[in-house]
Ligand binder design. Structure first.
Ligand code: FAD
Length: 452
């Protein structure tokens, strides 16, 4: 046990996982959370009820022995099930290799499991209904809306995309770099309940996509047989429809029946959900520096919120925790248990920033891929070719697989290698009418040349 007291602001996914890691290293940890304890209150509906958990997130959960527990509660999604406007479907597997798939997990279930696990350590304390309002960079003092102030040895801000601690750094650190870019598209969550016998009304083991170029709907399975659908649509109609044009029940029905005819009969609460649930916005936040001397550090969405189209925001935030925990352990080992926080935070920033920038860029690019390109025959041929390559060559990984299934590979490498591969494979698939006719050995040789 060390006598250093660490404060975490935000008991969300990253903050709760970090509390477990720090407690196991012997720190006293206090976690301040703005919301009520979700274990004793109704979880707010309409905001990303389930999430795709993949290898980077699983690797971080494994470090604290929580991976198997969470996967037992997850629904595996083996590929993207594409729905056309006539109701036809086609499954595009995520990988050609067995065992490479993503998992649909409940956000609240995961968050609660992490808080419970953290609280098993007597040196962790959660304080709910305490909203941090300000941070003083010079003194390290935190202020809360209750009027309380607090000056911990070290603060880790896991307070999400709107982080007040990041905003305080931005105001107080000269030359602070900050950008937030919002998409024109917003999102709304909708619901497909379980079938009459409690079964799944769509293929259970898939992430369903209705790609419609200007907009799309997706659906992820829940453990209870339901699906959570998310409609991504422009806030304002321009060259396609927008939320602003869907103001009446009739307009919503007409839109859904035209665009998602196979889903409508499965959505008995479509109108209530559409008008009852909020329309969320989607943005990318980049900022720098992430730390204020050795006193505070931003992690997770507070440092780098990304749009959700690679299913990586949480996975990346969990990877933040794994990397930070490793650096703390490394530093403590060289200093008889004492940690030089300024040095750890500086190293952490060096290791993570290029990688979180890379996933932010890829997530935005994937929006256009999911919305426009998954329905394109050349893109579908490319996915088929990638699947065959993955089935044949153990050393071939598509960009998607590098991001999603290779926790050993930094995002920045996945991006650089993946973009070069994508360009080559699109060129090959544009020239061939059928993926089955493309000679795999020759393609693989050209891919290996890219790396050399
Ligand atoms: C629609 C949608 C779908 C998504 N799907 C996926 C997916 O499939 N896979 C994936 O990996 N990621 C996904 N994400 C991203 C993922 O939700 C985030 O990246 C992840 O939640 C980040 O974790 P965090 O702990 O940094 O922030 P959060 O989970 O936002 O937690 C922040 C916590 O801080 C608290 N807080 C905020 N302000 C204060 C304050 N002032 N004082 C005290 N506490 C405060 C909040 O109440 C919250 O508990 C999705 C996001 C959205 C919007």
């Amino acid at each position: 046990m060390t006598d250093q007291r660490i404060t975490i602001v935000g008991a969300g996914l990253a903050g709760s996982l970090l509390a477990i890691c720090l407690a196991r290293r012997g720190y006293s940890v206090t976690v301040f959370e703005a919301r009520q304890d979700m274990r004793s209150s109704v979880v707010e509906s309409g905001r990303s009820i389930n999430l795709a958990l993949s290898d980077r997130g699983i690797a971080a959960l494994r470090q604290v022995g929580m991976d198997e527990y969470m996967l037992k509660e997850a629904v595996p999604m083996l590929g993207r099930m594409i729905h056309d406007t006539a109701g036809g479907t086609k499954l595009l597997p995520y990988s050609g290799r067995e065992g490479e798939y993503i998992n649909s997990v409940s956000r609240a279930g995961l968050n609660i499991a992490l808080m419970n696990e953290a609280e098993r350590n007597p040196n962790v304390r959660f304080i709910f209904n305490e909203r941090c309002t300000d941070y003083d960079v010079a003194s390290g003092e935190l202020s809360f809306d209750s009027g309380r102030t607090f000056r911990p040895d070290v603060t880790i801000a896991a307070d999400g995309a709107g982080s007040p601690i990041r905003q305080a750094m931005q105001r107080q650190i000269p030359g602070y770099e900050f950008s937030s870019v919002f998409l024109d598209h917003g999102y709304k969550e909708l619901h497909i309940p379980p079938g009459p016998g409690g079964g799944f009304q769509l293929e259970k083991n898939a992430l369903h996509i209705w790609p419609r170029h200007q907009f799309m709907m997706i659906a992820l399975p829940n453990f209870d047989g339901s699906f959570t659908c998310t409609l991504f649509l422009a806030q304002k109609a321009t060259d396609g429809p927008g939320f602003d044009g869907l103001k009446s029940e009739a307009a919503v029905f007409e839109f859904f029946e035209k665009e998602f005819p196979d889903a409508v009969p499965l959505m008995p609460t479509l109108i209530e959900d559409f008008f009852g649930n909020p329309t969320g916005s989607l943005g990318t936040v980049k900022c720098w520096p992430w730390s204020a001397d050795g006193k505070a550090l931003l992690i997770g969405d507070a440092a780098h919120a990304v749009v959700p189209f690679y299913g990586q925001g949480m996975n990346c935030s969990f990877e933040d925790v794994r990397v930070l925990d490793g650096l703390i352990a490394e530093d403590a080992a060289t200093k008889n248990g004492d940690v030089d926080w300024a040095s750890v935070f500086a190293k952490y920033g060096q290791v993570r920033k290029t990688n979180t920038d890379a996933i932010a860029d890829m997530a935005e690019e994937n929006f256009y891929e999911m919305r426009d390109r998954v329905a394109d025959p050349i893109f579908q041929r490319k996915r088929e070719l990638e699947t065959r390559l993955e089935q044949t060559y153990p050393d071939y990984f598509s960009k998607y697989s590098m991001v999603t299934f290779r926790e050993d590979l930094p995002y920045s490498i996945a991006k650089a290698r993946g973009n070069a591969q994508d360009e080559l494979l699109m060129e090959i698939c544009s020239a061939a009418a059928n993926a089955a006719e493309i000679g795999l050995d020759e393609v693989m040789e050209r891919i290996r040349d890219l790396d050399s």
